[in-house]
Design a protein. Structure first.
Length: 431
């Protein structure tokens, strides 16, 4: 009889032991599939975190221009960037806020550069007060890269209330030297949590007199003194570059040196949010990989012991087959086919179990990371989306390959004992 058919007959005749072997294989395959699913989900969540959270790199240099900032933002390591251009400006047709505390007699006179603190930005969503939620938009929207070339503004709520301004209104802002006036459309109103100072404060330092505009608009309002307050010289105070991971910071530093020179610039990496969110996910992925190896080795060992015991129990059967002239390698092949025939349905059942329970298991191990206290401000850009744990054909294929490998190892190694069997000694012992 062909040893493959003989394996099928043996499995049917020994149903209880076949069911026990199937149960063991099902546990092994389910754990293996769980490890692969966690690895895949961790890899997807890590990639998503690199894209949404990333690492902020702040570059500062005296005389940094918007053109250089755009070149830094165009580097391949950068996913998103923001350039900040601070200027002072005056108001025309509306009234800036003034300190409610009387000005002391010995205070320095106003420098005449304007009562408004205008911040030219490329992407207001990358500013820390906005990204961490301490400063919130109450209506409208923030400044986006699409606003380049437009004269728009986001104003503070107190300034809007004082002058009855709302989204869609136009306000006119005068340059600090008084020579240029730029009309702007209000596209957003924000609320700064900072309270009014208890001491007299110059108007441009009051939180209510802060405006956010595109960098091009800020350039037009600059007075050209080049001191970082006026920006006729197009001075950028800082460029914030978002990259995927801390590993890319070294590459970015090298490219920054090529553009700005080796000396005279500050390069600061802020990867706290990345570490808080991504490192736990990486640890889960590494743990899942370790689990896969441990389960594979333990499964091969357990099944090898089971097959060895079966061989000892079936010595008389093996002796008869050897006496009839059956080759020893075919006896080993029969045991391998028996184990493999049980492994394949176990893989299918494990895939079904993984599709049903994988999502809840992934949520438990890879759920949204949020270690901040309830009262702390939440950062939309520092929270990763819930994990997606789904059974992929590639994962099932890996489990099937490992299961068949376990079948081969667990039968071939114990099968070495079959090679030393002699039919006469077996039949004499059993007699």
């Amino acid at each position: 009889m062909n040893f493959v058919k003989r394996a099928g007959t043996s499995l049917g005749a020994r149903r209880s032991k076949t069911a026990a072997l199937l149960a063991i294989f099902l546990v092994i395959c389910t754990l293996l599939l769980g490890g692969f699913l966690l690895q895949s989900a961790a890899a997807r969540q890590e990639a998503d975190a690199q894209r949404t959270i990333g690492v902020d790199v702040t570059v500062r240099k005296e005389g940094l221009t918007p053109a250089l900032a755009d070149r830094l933002g165009a580097l391949p390591q950068v996913h998103r960037y923001n350039a900040e251009v601070p200027v002072r400006a005056g108001a025309q047709g509306f009234t800036p806020l003034a300190s409610k505390v009387p000005k002391p007699g010995g205070a320095a006179a106003d420098d005449g550069k304007g009562a408004l603190a205008v911040n030219g930005v490329r992407d207001s969503g990358m500013l820390l007060p906005f990204s961490y939620g301490s400063t919130k938009l109450t209506s409208g929207r923030g400044i986006t890269p699409e606003d380049a070339g437009r004269d728009v503004a986001v104003i503070e709520e107190r300034l809007a209330d004082e002058n009855r301004l709302k989204v869609g209104d136009t306000l006119r802002v005068r340059s600090a030297d008084g020579e240029r006036t730029t009309p702007m459309t209000v596209v957003g109103v924000f609320r700064d949590p900072a309270r009014e100072p208890t001491a007299w404060t110059p108007p441009h330092q009051l939180p209510g007199n802060t405006l956010y505009v595109p960098t091009g608009t800020a350039q037009k309002l600059g007075d050209g003194d080049g001191d970082g307050v006026g920006t006729g010289a197009a001075t950028v105070s800082a460029v914030v570059l978002k990259i995927g991971s801390p590993d890319r910071a070294r590459e970015l530093h090298a490219r920054t040196e090529e553009l700005l020179g080796k000396d005279g610039f500050e390069f600061r990496v802020n990867d706290k949010a990345y570490k808080d969110q991504v490192l736990p996910v990486q640890r889960v992925g590494a743990f899942a990989g370790l689990v896969v190896w441990v389960i594979a080795l333990a499964g091969a060992l357990i099944l090898g012991l089971i097959v060895m015991l079966q061989i000892r129990e079936r010595r008389s059967e093996l002796g008869v087959l050897l006496a009839l002239g059956e080759k020893k390698w075919k006896l080993i092949g029969q045991h391998a086919v028996e184990v493999a025939a049980v492994a394949l349905p176990a893989v299918a059942l494990a895939a079904l179990a993984g599709s049903l329970a994988g999502e809840s298991a992934g949520e438990a191990l890879l759920g949204r990371r949020d270690d901040k206290p309830v009262s702390a401000p939440r950062a939309p850009d520092t929270e990763t989306a819930p994990p997606t744990v789904r059974v992929e054909p590639a994962d099932v294929g890996k489990v099937a390959g490992i299961a068949l490998g376990i079948s081969l190892v667990s039968t071939v190694i114990p099968g070495i004992g079959i090679l030393r069997l002699h039919p006469r000694s077996i039949l004499t012992d059993t007699a």
